[in-house]
Design a protein around this ligand. Structure first.
Ligand code: DON
Length: 302
């Protein structure tokens, strides 16, 4: 495995820095694009890593999987009246569908869907971001995980598009709490800083039937873990979900910080990271690394 990682690292290195670092969140625009890391954590507890795999980065939309997990633990099947399970076929921050579909977002991974999930967690926890931080520290085994307050503040300052979605959902009766409070929790969760190693470990439960080997807890049921993987496979990579299924064939979730998490059910949780993004907001070198890895090992679930 380590030899394969070295080969993939060398193959994909020329792509490092190709694409564009997210700049619609000003605090992310200054990240050095020439960084690239991979971490793979096996269900047996073996860790493989290469490059900048220990460097913390802004997890952004990858946090949506953790929020969904926390909401599922509490609300179970009831939550699906408020958010759908279909790919949107539109950019992650699109507003148009939301009006046609009466304030019910297509899935929990587009921004509108993640905001509804954050609203659910706002109703459930006294401090939703504290609950989230505790959760990711526990399941990754890293008590040092922190929130980048500068990124969270920067997102809040430029919140208008996300605020528009949340207010539209509120006008449709699909939002329980004050919009501004939920936005603050949502941005703080997106602004968590974790490394590839942290994320590969934290996602072990999705490769492992809902059980986290690090914290030794059943995080969600086996059925729920399968459902989260299915949602990642259909909607985790936004407009590129089809291409990703075709080329990589694994459930995946990306973030505009340049991270991508992928799950090989029953075997591995993987995180790749390189900050420069393609047009739909997924890491260029990250997608290429996963394509190459999956091809070499024949990991596709299809
Ligand atoms: O709300 C936003 O736009 C960001 N905090 C998260 C977007 C994101 O990461 C989309 N991923 N590719």
């Amino acid at each position: 495995m380590q030899a394969l990682l070295s080969k993939i690292f060398e193959d994909v290195k020329p792509l490092m820095g190709k694409g564009k670092v997210a700049d619609y969140i000003p605090a992310l625009a200054s990240v050095d694009p020439n960084q690239f890391g991979i971490a793979i954590f096996s269900n047996e507890g073996d860790l493989y890593q290469i490059g900048d795999a220990d460097t913390p980065f802004s997890i952004q939309s990858i946090s949506k999987v953790f929020s969904l997990t926390l909401a599922m633990k509490h609300y179970g099947k009831d939550m699906w009246q408020r958010v759908g399970r279909e790919p949107s076929g539109l950019p992650f921050n699109s507003l148009v569908q939301l009006e046609y579909e009466h304030g019910i977002p297509r899935n929990p991974f587009i921004n509108a869907g993640a905001l509804v999930i954050s609203d659910m967690n706002q109703s459930r926890f006294a401090s939703p971001h504290y609950a989230m931080s505790e959760f990711v520290r526990r399941i990754s085994g890293n008590p040092e995980i922190k929130t980048d307050l500068q990124v969270a503040d920067s997102e809040y300052e430029f919140r208008h598009r996300n605020a528009a979605m949340a207010y539209l959902m509120k006008s449709n009766g699909n939002f329980e709490n004050e919009v501004e409070d939920v936005l603050k929790s949502y941005f703080a969760n997106c602004a968590l800083r974790m490394s590839c190693v942290d994320l590969a470990k934290a996602f072990n439960f999705l490769a492992n039937k809902g059980y986290c080997t690090i914290s030794q807890e059943q995080v969600i049921s086996e059925e729920e873990a399968r459902q989260v993987n299915a949602l990642m496979a259909t909607s985790g990579m936004y407009d590129e979900a089809g291409h990703f299924a075709f080329q990589v064939g694994l459930p995946g979730k990306s973030g505009v910080g340049g991270g991508i998490v992928a799950i090989v059910p029953g075997r591995f949780s993987i995180c790749v990271w390189s900050p420069a993004l393609n047009k739909v907001g997924n890491s260029c070198a990250g997608v290429a690394a996963l394509e190459s890895m999956s091809k070499h090992i024949g990991w596709s679930v299809y």
